[in-house]
Design a protein around this ligand. Structure first.
Ligand SMILES: [Zn+2]
Length: 468
């Protein structure tokens, strides 16, 4: 059936037709900058006209931009609202994919023929219900996502320069939504950027009997989505996907694997959500953005940490060292961020153990030294990173107060000095909210008063933390 008979088809049939077209061999994987991406664009323009969208800002749906000297183009349409028509909801989906590699076509049916198809049908619903909309809705098919989110960032920039980005009340990116049945859920990342966002996406979901998983923020520093250019400008964003269950970035991402019933459900849901947000004058931002999109470092970050490592006792005079024994600490972390510099400190409950060699009888039972202390390391940091994600190295010192200590077998006559201290070093990285560190401590103060100048070494501590 031809798309000219669109009215005779069900929405699900139309969605399938679009996905099969985008993912067909004749489009050769829709690589940005090729004539095949251009072909996909013509197709989208034709569908935009058919569903009743209007061009945005000028007379053309095709909005070119260039990046690094190469020409690309987004396809942008708008459904005008009524009482709040100068405010906008942006719905975006990238249409480009990976093209052909080593003679093999990467069809990109889930990534992102599915989202591109959904976008067209969402636009159809919104045009049909135009009278209900207070705000306007921009429908944006993005080019060159796979090259580095070029289309969406160029468009966010264009919006900022023309209507002003504060007029954009919400941006939703629809990317890989064709595997609903297989994943069993539709994930919405970013509900905490909207006031009562979780409640909103859940209540609309009830009307469509769709299982929606609301996540407060996009946190993965590895995966990027078309929301980025908007989130960086403090626009509330939702990244919508059925997940990575499909053969992601593989030649096997084919149209026959798409769950069209699920895609239809997702489409109906998103159209309703867009309409709800466009119609509600009270809809607003929560004022929060994910750390990964934050342009400012928090001046102070705090968290909890837990570490495991080995402690040994060394006797510099005798040039010997005990075996490292398993030691633990746990407590609080605080850090001040000053650009590339930082100051980090911890307050830890610190339990150290060290096997003490039995000098008289090397084969006899080795006795063990145990110490419990409150330990406060402090480090000056050198940092690299953005938002809550960073890597750092630090050097500094520590102070320990040992409130309990003793030997497992014979207690030597030596007295433990409870005030201890030395040098400390740390290497860590933080992918908010998780923190991972390696740290070392090297005691300079004498462990025992009036005896051989034994010291403790805390080596290779591995820390996991949670930053609030
Ligand atoms: Zn994608």
């Amino acid at each position: 059936m031809s798309v000219l008979d669109a009215s005779a088809q069900t929405r699900q049939e139309r969605l399938a037709e679009y996905v099969y077209y985008f993912a067909s061999d004749s489009l050769r994987g829709r690589k940005a900058g090729t004539p095949y991406a251009e072909k996909a664009r013509y197709y989208i323009v034709a569908r935009y006209k058919e569903v009743g969208l209007k061009p945005f800002l000028n007379n053309d749906f095709v909005v070119p931009f260039s990046k690094e000297g190469v020409q690309f183009a987004n396809v942008i349409g708008v459904v005008e609202g009524n009482s709040l028509k100068d405010e906008y909801i942006v719905l975006g989906a990238h249409f480009d994919h990976l093209g052909v590699k080593n003679g093999e076509v990467y069809p990109g049916a889930d990534d992102n023929a599915s989202g591109s198809a959904a976008l067209i049908e969402i636009a159809r619903e919104l045009c049909a219900n135009r009278d209900q909309l207070q705000r306007s809705v921009i429908i944006a098919a993005f080019d060159a996502e796979e090259l580095g989110l070029y289309g969406s960032s160029a468009f966010a920039e264009l919006l900022d320069a023309t209507i002003g980005i504060d007029k954009v009340k919400l941006m939703m990116s629809v990317d890989m939504v064709g595997w609903y049945r297989q994943s069993g859920k539709l994930v919405m990342d970013g509900t905490a950027t909207i006031r009562d966002g979780k409640k909103l996406v859940k209540s609309v979901a009830e009307r469509h009997a769709i299982n929606v998983r609301a996540k407060p923020f996009e946190n993965s520093p590895i995966t990027a989505t078309d929301t980025e250019g908007f989130a960086e400008r403090h626009v509330p964003t939702l990244a919508v996907t059925t997940g990575l269950k499909s053969p992601y970035h593989k030649p096997g991402d084919k149209p026959e694997l798409i769950d069209y019933e699920g895609l239809d459900k997702v489409t109906g849901y998103l159209a309703d959500l867009a309409e709800t947000t466009a119609s509600d004058p009270g809809f607003e931002s929560s004022g929060k953005v994910a750390h990964k999109h934050g342009d400012k470092e928090p001046l102070f970050e705090g968290g909890i940490v837990m570490s495991a490592g080995g402690t040994s006792m060394r006797f510099p005079d005798a040039r010997m060292k005990t075996f490292p024994s398993s030691s633990l600490n746990a407590g609080l972390m605080g850090r001040f961020n000053f650009g590339v510099a930082g100051l980090q400190f911890n307050v830890l409950y610190d339990r150290a153990k060290s096997f003490f060699p039995n000098l008289d009888s090397p084969l006899g039972t080795a006795q063990q030294y145990t110490q419990q202390a409150v330990t406060v390391p402090a480090y000056l940091l050198l940092r690299a990173g953005k938002g809550g994600n960073s890597a750092y190295v630090g050097a500094g010192g520590y102070y320990s107060y040992a409130f309990q200590h003793g030997f497992s077998e014979v207690d030597p006559v030596w007295n433990v000095n409870p005030h201890q201290g030395g040098m400390a070093a740390v290497f860590g990285f933080q992918l908010s909210p998780v923190l991972i560190e390696w740290s070392f401590r090297w005691q300079l103060s004498r462990l025992f008063t009036g005896q051989d100048n034994a010291r403790l070494s805390y080596g290779s501590y591995i820390t996991i933390g949670w930053v609030f």
